[in-house]
Write a protein that binds this ligand. Structure first.
Ligand code: URA
Length: 230
């Protein structure tokens, strides 16, 4: 006998297979059967938080994911990188930035004397959108509170939004990446800077030079903020 979570997952999967497009979710399923996952204030550790939300079915991506991609890295990191959403490899492995763009991100971190163990990496969405499409409004609305809670728990001194979609989503703006680079924004009380998404650098190698300039500044800000703390 399937539990309620698996029944709902199977229902949404069937809908996707039959209609292939936007889901029709009967109100009875939405309101009666689906218990919304929410952010509890009792949570003490990131791993407790992961366990509390990893079966989230608040949006249809819950039915199509292979794995929930919570985030990874140092729970006490002073710097946190925020991508858009898991891709295919991340969905399969349950970890952020493990595909080609993740390898590039690891190399870039190394170039500024950081390892993945020094930093925390997460995405706005914790589940992969089909065919890696951009996150939609409803998905962001459901998932961003999880990111906010992660930030509240990790308390990084600096946030780095990776790519235009991540930056414009978090900052609720339509500005171009070019105009946002070099500025320091406030994301719910934490300083945030914006740079290229590693996947964009793989597609456009001529952006690697300006990205390198960004990362040198990111390194400076990071050291300055750590110094200020000492
Ligand atoms: N792209 C992202 O934005 N996040 C990942 O985790 C992988 C690719």
């Amino acid at each position: 006998m399937m539990n309620k979570h698996d029944q709902i997952k199977a229902f949404i999967k069937d809908e996707l297979e039959i209609f292939g497009g936007p889901l029709y979710m009967p109100e009875t399923v939405q309101e009666t059967d689906m218990e919304k996952t929410s952010v509890s204030s009792d949570i003490k550790t990131l791993s407790e938080f992961n366990s509390a939300i990893e079966n989230c079915m608040n949006c249809p991506l819950g039915a199509t994911r292979t794995n929930f991609v919570f985030g990874a890295g140092n729970p006490d990191a002073d710097i946190m990188f925020v991508g858009e959403a898991p891709g295919e490899k991340e969905d399969l492995e349950g970890l952020p930035f493990v595909g080609r763009s993740g390898k590039l991100l690891t190399d870039i971190l190394k170039a500024i004397d950081l390892t993945r163990e020094d930093v925390y990496i997460a995405n706005i969405l914790k589940c992969r959108p089909p065919n890696n499409r951009d996150p939609n409004k409803a998905e962001i609305e459901e998932c961003e509170p999880y990111l906010l809670k992660q930030i509240e728990m990790i308390k990084p001194k600096l946030l780095v939004a990776l790519g235009r979609i991540s930056a414009t989503t978090l900052l609720r703006t339509k500005d171009s990446l070019t105009s946002m680079r070099g500025q320091v924004f406030d994301y719910h009380g934490t300083d945030m800077v914006v740079t290229y998404h590693p996947a964009a650098l793989l597609r456009n190698p001529n952006w690697k030079r300006p990205a390198w300039e960004d990362f040198k500044k990111i390194r400076e800000m990071y050291l300055e903020k750590r110094g200020a703390q000492a």
